[in-house]
Design a protein around this ligand. Sequence first.
Ligand SMILES: [Zn+2]
Length: 316
Amino acid sequence: MLHTVEPAPRAPAPGRESDAPSPSPSALRGMSFDAGSAALAPVQMNVAAASGQLTGAQVSSAVRYNKGRGLTHAQWRGIQAQVGTAADGLVGPNTVRAVARWQASHGLTADGKVGPATLGKINAGGGGAAPGAGGGSHGVALGPAQVTAAVRYNKGRGFSAATVRTIQQQVGSPADGVFGPNTVRAIATWQRSHGLEVDGKVGPATAGKLGVKAGGGGAQPVGGSNSQKLSYAKSHATAIGLRITSTTGGKHAPNSYHYQGRAIDVAGSASKMRQFYHDMHAMHPTELFYDPLGGVKNGKDIGAIGGHGDHVHVAF
Ligand SMILES: [Zn+2]
């Protein structure tokens, strides 16, 4: 619904609040407006806000605000999955508009900003989930996409079966040593009762509170050796559903890191390659090439180098 907003002819004097109570957005639904009446301009703006429409300036402001929230790519992917936009982990105008629409349909201020109230409602699985849906029996409703993401994340952390059983015992889920949807939902409930971010993922904070450690190459070794990082890259690529298309074999430039055993190429869906690129980018790789997103050489972002449109190359 787009209307030209014109200045109201009888604006209240500066410093004075209007005496007329403004109708609540819900009271406005179903009413029809004379678009030519300038006196209705403020009402039209309320309707636009209630339906989640934002101006360009509001979108820019919300993008800036959201980027300043200090949320991880993984957290953004979870938020994006909840609000129904492409889950690439990056905060842009499309995400902001989807957040605004989601806010409007969940009784929140539709400003596109993921502030505490919005994040709380998103973490609770949207708040509107029917009891019994998702994790309803545990009292915390993660959305199906969140559950799937958490299962994948937890499996990629490299916990031993014994450690998974320990986790399951602590969160009150049957201790079969395998991460599945029920374990993830029990973890989410446990996280909520322990004041942690409720995402079902056994990340560093949750693992610390549970008193467990990721084993082998499971945890993302940001400060580890290059070979530890490469081994994590391999297991992470597989864990998120990508396939490794080249390690030391194949045809590469003569001085390629592939021949030194320091590089891998991975391929799969575009969204997973994007996720992999972002996850690797956080680990300060020696080389990282994926043309749709750019490239890194010796720790510096150098932009796309070409020849890497259908796979991600990473070297440590
Ligand atoms: Zn390569």
